[in-house]
Design a protein around this ligand. Structure first.
Ligand code: CP
Length: 312
């Protein structure tokens, strides 16, 4: 029997820190709510303020949250370079959050340290959204990824999904594979040996009975998949630059490679890309990576409205 859809009021005041905090029916409620926000521009969040605290670079996450907030009539403040905040003078993250909470209604934070968003949420009663904490999680990206999967494939179950590239450091992959354990899919994890998926995420797949295969060879799996989700090799996370040099060109997908594996593959990538997806794929019918970025605004409108308890 299908569980009844959760009441949207039940999201008010909650954090979005880890996909582990949300059940399948709640994930679907986010996606259903997002459908409503396609093109919606009413001032639902008039008077609400988003504090956007970025301790790492961002284009999509930061700007699409700002766009979502402003398109719903709200406003944003914050910083995109922590060196210009008082943390550069030694202020703790907890004190920063305790101060910022009196300037806003909801807090968005990206930080290089795993667990930083959770720490921030423990320092305030306001809703906190994790915009990426180190190599750990990036939940709003996962929601827009799921939204894009459902938009392009029409379903979230019975899919063969290959993740290719840096599976060790990619927080978008970690969040998404963990979330996919709520659905019935087959997963392929393709990476160099040194960039395999961390054990804690593999244990999660095992615990939830998700069918998966780990491999190094893209072509041994690619002919049989519905979705290829590629990631950048994350140079900034490597402790040893020589190790990065060894794997930086591990995978490069181009038109010729896709035409070898089949015609009906959806190509996803959280962006930014380096050289792992050739620009000759940008007009390939299954290329969905710029749609993902565009869907970021729609999905983030839903996230902000739900967590702020805004009724429509
Ligand atoms: N996908 C993503 O998180 O992109 P940004 O780093 O530009 O926010």
């Amino acid at each position: 029997m299908t569980a009844p859809a959760p009441d949207t009021d039940s999201f008010a005041g909650r954090d979005l820190i880890s996909m582990r905090d949300y059940k399948r029916d709640e994930l679907l409620a986010f996606l259903d709510e997002a459908t409503f926000y396609e093109g919606y521009q009413e001032p639902l969040l008039k008077g609400k303020v988003l504090a956007s605290l970025f301790f790492e670079p961002s284009t999509r996450t930061q700007l699409s949250f700002a766009s979502a907030m402003q398109r719903l009539g709200g406003s944003t403040l914050g910083f995109s370079d922590a060196k210009l905040s008082s943390m550069a003078k030694g202020e703790s993250l907890s004190d920063t959050i305790r101060v910022v909470e009196s300037y806003c209604d909801i807090i968005l934070i990206r930080h290089p340290r795993e667990g930083a968003a959770r720490l921030a949420s423990e320092s305030t009663s306001l809703p906190v959204i994790n915009a990426g904490d180190g190599t750990n999680q990036h939940p709003s990206q996962t929601l827009l990824d799921l939204y894009t999967v459902r938009q392009t494939r029409g379903r979230l179950d019975n899919l063969k999904i290959a993740f290719i590239g840096d599976l060790k450091y990619s927080r978008t992959v970690h969040s998404l594979i963990e979330t996919l354990t709520h659905f019935d899919n087959e997963i392929f994890l393709v990476s160099p040996q040194s960039l395999r998926t961390p054990p804690e995420f593999i244990e999660e797949l095992d615990a939830r009975g998700t069918v998966y295969t780990e491999d190094e060879d893209f072509f041994s799996i690619a002919s049989d998949v519905d979705i290829i989700y590629t990631t950048r090799i994350q140079q900034e996370r490597f402790p040893d630059p020589i190790e990065y040099e060894k794997v930086k060109n591990a995978y490069r997908i181009d038109r010729e490679a896709i035409e070898r594996v089949g015609a009906d593959v959806t190509l996803m990538h959280p962006l930014p890309r380096l050289n792992e997806i050739s620009t000759d794929l940008d007009d390939y019918p299954g290329a969905a990576y710029f749609d993902q970025a565009k869907n970021g605004v729609t999905v983030r409108k839903a996230i902000l409205s739900l967590l702020l308890g805004a009724s429509r």
